[in-house]
Write a protein that binds this ligand. Sequence first.
Ligand SMILES: [Zn+2]
Length: 88
Amino acid sequence: MRPPWRFRGEPLALEWVADGWHLRFVQPYRATKVYRCPGCDQEILPRTLHVVVWPEGEASQRRHWHKACWERRFAELRRAGRRGRPAT
Ligand SMILES: [Zn+2]
């Protein structure tokens, strides 16, 4: 059984692959632009810790997410997986 996708403690320089998703933290000092989070359709403001996620091997599909939004979406994907839907 895989560990749940939760982030605690110091997230600096963290990069992670789970269930075919590649995730990278964007540290506040490197977040200089405004992005729109696909999870909540709200803006991610500069200088906010957030994450970049893409399907493994498809870096052109990178999306910036609020950390909490991705955790919620990832939990949904895992639940969907348990219902037998193929992973994307
Ligand atoms: Zn969001």
